[in-house]
Design a protein around this ligand. Structure first.
Ligand SMILES: [Zn+2]
Length: 459
């Protein structure tokens, strides 16, 4: 059925105005004031609400075998939690390990998602080794619609690549017009520091951050930038967490290296004192790069406001309390990850726009538009325009609530943002013209989501 969204305040990355939006066959076909209502049209009154383009989470983990267990989500649970939080598209990390075949891994991840996601999705393809077969396999995967790679400079012998493999990955990416996303930490230093701390009997979750200090991330960031500068490939730093890494990335940006920066919502709002709670309470807050000293928050917010940080994702990755307890006697065995797919938009809106000094257009850009542009989804995704997919978030800025695991949809038994207030939330969310969330609840088609084929783009 056609949809007419009446009198909402449309806010995109570069415009703000009150108008009606008419949607037919998945697409926005008209935008204007006082549009007439054709027969067979559902009318939604958005008076007093914001209408945002569907938000895009550029960094999530859904299916993930990791650290001797599996992340808790299925595509059904993750996509419905995403939609309730206003995210209509996510890009999942496809992460076969070094011992797996890349093409088989890619097919497995696609199979897991097919027919069971309620929102649209794509993948970043992890390159976890570069051997004789890798190049032709990656070409095949790119031809299937994947225009971004992921490399890990950390997680030696599991996901991590060495410098030679990083170089080869970038040379291929440069040729194909693929953007290389990277987890930037020095694997060797992390391994040495973990062994040293453990041998000193420092086994609790509070030692996770000291095992991967800021300098270790700054080194990885610097090295990634140097390789981009040398190969001419375009890069994207995932989950940048601290001021020293930010300084290295900004220095590279300012000398013209094609490098983009993502930070994730936990690093703007949580800090290392959460992991210092010790025991399983601390383990809930173990992710990598780790939650940092609080003094890093302001530089991150400033860089986001000024546009030096391009995007805000989540690194969503739920492990429950039982799984976190696997690391009771060794912080190195705590499954890494904090879930946030459901709360990212509301938290960024609340602590950025409503209570902070983040411009509302920059908010839309960082949480949607910029990811669409960088990852080959724009202008179908990431904006509100005639011809764009009708992925819309009708957002109620008058809502007041508190985040709680008791009311969350995400498939986990705790919430890292427990007790935080939110000023606003999505009331209606559409995916290509179909209402998937109504009154803040998932009411739609659990298999609505499509795999988004993306084309490489030479930056
Ligand atoms: Zn990740």
């Amino acid at each position: 059925m056609a949809l007419l969204i009446k009198s909402g305040e449309i806010i995109t990355a570069d415009s703000r105005y009150v108008a009606d939006i008419y949607i037919e066959d998945q697409t926005i076909t008209r935008i204007g004031v006082n549009l007439e209502t054709p027969p067979d049209t559902e009318v939604i009154d958005a008076t007093g609400k914001f209408v945002f383009p569907g938000f895009i989470d550029p960094h999530v983990h859904v299916y993930l075998p990791f650290m001797a267990t599996f992340a808790k989500d299925t595509h059904t649970t993750a996509s419905q939690a995403a939609l309730i939080g206003g995210t209509t598209t996510f890009i999942e990390m496809c992460c076969p390990s070094r011992n797996d075949d890349a093409l088989e891994g890619y097919r497995l991840w696609k199979e897991k998602a097919a027919g069971s996601s309620a929102c649209d999705y794509s993948f970043h393809m992890s390159v976890t080794k570069f051997d004789e077969q890798t190049e032709s396999q990656l070409r095949e995967i790119v031809a299937d619609g994947i225009s971004s790679f992921k490399i890990f400079l950390s997680y030696k012998n599991f996901f991590g690549v060495d410098d030679g493999e990083m170089y080869q990955t970038m040379m291929l990416a440069k040729e194909l017009g693929v953007i290389v996303t990277a987890h930037c930490e020095n694997a060797e230093l992390v391994g040495q520091l973990q062994a040293k701390l453990m041998s000193e009997g420092k086994t609790g979750p509070e030692w996770h951050e000291p095992s991967r200090p800021e300098a270790v991330e700054a080194e990885g960031t610097q090295r990634f930038a140097t390789f981009l500068e040398t190969t001419g490939a375009t890069g994207y730093i995932v989950h940048l967490s601290c001021a020293p890494a930010l300084e290295r990335a900004m220095a590279a940006k300012s000398r013209g290296v094609p490098i983009f920066i993502e930070s994730v919502i936990p690093h703007f709002l949580l800090d290392k004192t959460y992991a210092e709670r010790g025991g399983v309470e601390g383990a809930k807050f173990v992710m990598s790069p780790p939650l940092r000293d609080k003094r890093n928050h302001k530089p991150l917010w400033d860089a986001l406001e000024q546009g030096f940080i391009d995007t805000v994702g989540t690194d969503h990755c739920p492990f429950d309390v039982m799984q976190k307890a696997m690391g009771a006697s060794a912080f190195t065995a705590i499954p890494n990850g904090i879930p946030a797919i459901e709360d990212r938009v509301n938290l960024l809106y609340t602590y950025g726009v409503s209570r902070g000094s983040l411009d509302i257009h920059r908010f839309v850009d960082a949480a949607s538009t910029k990811s669409a542009k960088l990852f080959g989804l724009f202008p179908k995704k990431g904006t509100i325009a005639v011809g764009s997919d009708a992925d819309l978030v009708i957002y109620d800025p008058a809502y007041r609530g508190v985040i709680s695991s008791a009311t969350q949809t995400v498939n986990n038994d705790y919430n890292g943002f427990e007790g935080m207030e939110i000023d606003g939330k999505p009331s209606i969310v559409t995916v290509r013209g179909v209402v998937q969330v109504r009154d803040g609840k998932f009411t739609g088609d659990a298999a609505r989501g499509e795999f988004l084929r993306r084309k490489p783009q030479h930056f």
